[in-house]
Design a protein around this ligand. Structure first.
Ligand code: SAM
Length: 232
C-alpha cells in the first residue's frame, strides 16, 4: 500500500513539474497573462543575447537581406520593429552599409529595451525605443515603410489584434515581416498554433497581399506580406 502511495506521489510531482515547465519555460508565461511574459523577459534580459547566440551571417542572409529586398524603394525608410527585444533587427539592419533608414523599436519589457539601447548607442539617434504593448501601437495610420515582428506573436495576448495594429501603421505598399512558430513545441501553444495555411489566411483576411511563408529555423518560419496600394 505504501509503495502505491509513494508511486502516486512521485507521479503527481512529475505532473506538476511538467506543468510548471510548460507554463514557464516552453510557453514563456503566455497562459499566465501578459505581465508574466513581460516579467520573465525582464528578468532574463541580460542573458537573452547569450542564449540566442545570433550569428551575423545568418541574420544577414535569412532576415535582413530578404527584408531589405522586400521593402518599398526609399532612400531613408522608416521601419518599426515590434517586440524588438534586445534590438536584433535594428542591430543587424544598421550593420548593412546600404541601409540609411531609422528604426523605432517597441517592446513591453523595459529591461530588454535597455539592452537594445546600450547595443545601439553608436547609431546617432537612428534607433528610437518605445516601451509599449504590441496591440496598442502609438502611431498614426500609414506611417512605416516596413514593420517587422520576429519570434514574438505567439507570446501576445492576441496575435490577431497585434497584427491588425501592424497593418494599420504600415504605409500602402509597405512590407510586413513576421514569424510563425513551428516545431513540436509550437503545437503545445494550445489555441495559438497556426498551420502555414491558417497563418497566411489570417494575414490575407487583414487585407495583406503577396503573403508568402519561407522556412527559416527549427522553431520558426519567416512570413512576408505587403499592404496593398489603393486596396489592391
Ligand atoms: C523571443 S523575444 C523576441 C525579441 C526579438 N524580436 C528577437 O527576435 O530577438 C520576445 C519579445 O516579445 C516581447 N513581448 C512579449 N509580449 C509583448 C507584448 N504584449 N507587447 C510587446 N512586446 C512583448 C518580450 O518582451 C520580448 O522582448
Amino acid at each position: 500500500m505504501t509503495i502505491i502511495w509513494l508511486f502516486l506521489a512521485v507521479l503527481l510531482m512529475a505532473a506538476v513539474a511538467a506543468l510548471v515547465y510548460w507554463l514557464v519555460v516552453i510557453t514563456e508565461g503566455v497562459y499566465l497573462g501578459r505581465s508574466m511574459v513581460v516579467w520573465l523577459y525582464d528578468v532574463t534580459a541580460h542573458k537573452y543575447d547569450g542564449i540566442k547566440e545570433f550569428d551575423a551571417d545568418a541574420e544577414h542572409f535569412f532576415v535582413i537581406k530578404p527584408y531589405l529586398q522586400h521593402l518599398p524603394m526609399h532612400s531613408t525608410p522608416l521601419l518599426l520593429d515590434v517586440a524588438t527585444g534586445t534590438g536584433r533587427v535594428p542591430f543587424y539592419l544598421f550593420a548593412e552599409p546600404t541601409f540609411n533608414g531609422k528604426v523605432i523599436g517597441v517592446d513591453a519589457a523595459g529591461k530588454m529595451l535597455a539592452v537594445a539601447v546600450e547595443k545601439l548607442q553608436g547609431q546617432n539617434g537612428r534607433f528610437l525605443p518605445i516601451q509599449q504593448v504590441a496591440d496598442q501601437l502609438p502611431f498614426s495610420d500609414n506611417t512605416f515603410h516596413g514593420v517587422s515582428c520576429l519570434e514574438s506573436l505567439e507570446f501576445f495576448p492576441s496575435d490577431k489584434k497585434a497584427l491588425q495594429e501592424m497593418v494599420r501603421v504600415l504605409k500602402p505598399g509597405g512590407s510586413l515581416m513576421v514569424t510563425r512558430r513551428t516545431g513540436w513545441e509550437a503545437k503545445t501553444f494550445i489555441g495559438r498554433f497556426h498551420s502555414p495555411e491558417a497563418c497566411e489566411a489570417m494575414l490575407a483576411e487583414l487585407g495583406l497581399v503577396e503573403v508568402k511563408t519561407f522556412p527559416w529555423q527549427v522553431d520558426y518560419d519567416r512570413v512576408m506580406a505587403r499592404k496593398p496600394v489603393n486596396g489592391r
